[in-house]
Design a protein around this ligand. Sequence first.
Ligand SMILES: [Zn+2]
Ligand SMILES: [Zn+2]
Length: 481
Amino acid sequence: MVGHRQREPGDSRDPAHGADRARGHAHPLARVRGGGRPAARARRHAGLGEDHGHDRVRPARESGRRRRRAPRIRRGDGATPGARVSGADAVKPTVTEAVDRLADDLERLSHRIHDTPELAFKEEQAHGWLAEFLEKHGARVERGVGGLATAFRATIAGMGAGPTIAIMAEYDALPGIGHACGHNVIATAGVGAGAALAALGTLPFAGRIQVIGTPAEEGGAGKVKLMDAGVFDGVDAAMMIHGRCGTQVWRPSLGIIKVKVEFFGQAAHASSWPWRGVNALNAVIALFNALDAMRQQIRTDARIHGVITKGGEQANIIPEYTSAEFYLRAITVPYCHELLRRFTAAAEGAATAAGCRVQVTADPTVHEPLKPNPTMAEAFRRNLQYIDFPEDPDDGQAGYGSTDCGNVSQRLPTIHPYIRISPDGVPGHSREFAEWSRSPLARAGMLAGAKALALTALDLLASPEALARAKHDFTREGGNA
Ligand SMILES: [Zn+2]
Ligand SMILES: [Zn+2]
């Protein structure tokens, strides 16, 4: 337990309290702040648009009347007047039951990954356990795909030639704070979906569903490497879930340019000859101060943040070399480049002030913002309703992060919905969120994610019209939005 704030006994924020709830068989979401009866909340939130503030998607009721875009899914009857029967509905109960049967095994796997945090590109154990799990349940697994030792691809075959729908799984941890981004939940939701689909035997539709294990989301842009290596060639649509302090089918993500800055000065005795030195630490401090002054003049949704990775060797030596790493983030890639231009000017100014030489090296891999796909988002939303898992309004209390899934979304139709695995207001990348990633709420979110991913993949595989609409969205939505 990490004491970030005082907790009262029985506080719903306390993961231990969640465990009590689970033992009492209460619905794990029922008492979360901002919660309520899940089914009622699902219905209440069913009309929410998905693209907050951008008006890309109309409320569901309206879109059903005016556009009739997404396949209509209802419990029990399988078909809705005015919409083509997708065929997926007939097998959905079997798939959700398979996820429920696997629930305890999936939770154990999630905890094992959580207890063994592995950093980007070093997720060897997680890779092995996840691949083994999928294989055991009937998927054909290729390990080490795309030249990445810890990537994998599991295929669940359908009936002959047809489209490929991919479900992505992440499993890397963060340095120092473990699974504080909840990738253990992403991983087990993805392989849970794959294993449940494999329980159908051959999928009763043309094509195939793949679970692609994508290493190194935190800082390594593993998905970009896999795309470059051709692993996503032939994939028609891709999806994943990410844990969060609320369930939102659509939230934007920011683009990132990663930058390394180095200052080169001159060493000298810090006491007897300081005037003979050129202090590279002064330059890096001046850069941080210049960036702090710059913040008022950048767009409010842009972010510049960094750490000093080398600040000198010892206090009695004037630092001759310092370095720092920064992320420059913005909602569009062009504005990321504008931030890079201004960052470089600030670094040059800091170097001039300190008398140093400077080198700014931008990582050639640019993280791109997520491109929305209303058709796929709507299908996912309806599947959440089908399993009675509530969608939450975005409370606007957090800014946006970034993901290498953004690059996938700029290449092919993709969704990246968020699923509640913690109470409201728990920041990602915090020790508190790491605890919640191993809680009963995380179990509930993981199982809901597995089901909704599997059902949405089936919807796209079973309905050529739905997939065509998703592709049309992709073409229409423009790039790097
Ligand atoms: Zn993260
Ligand atoms: Zn993450």
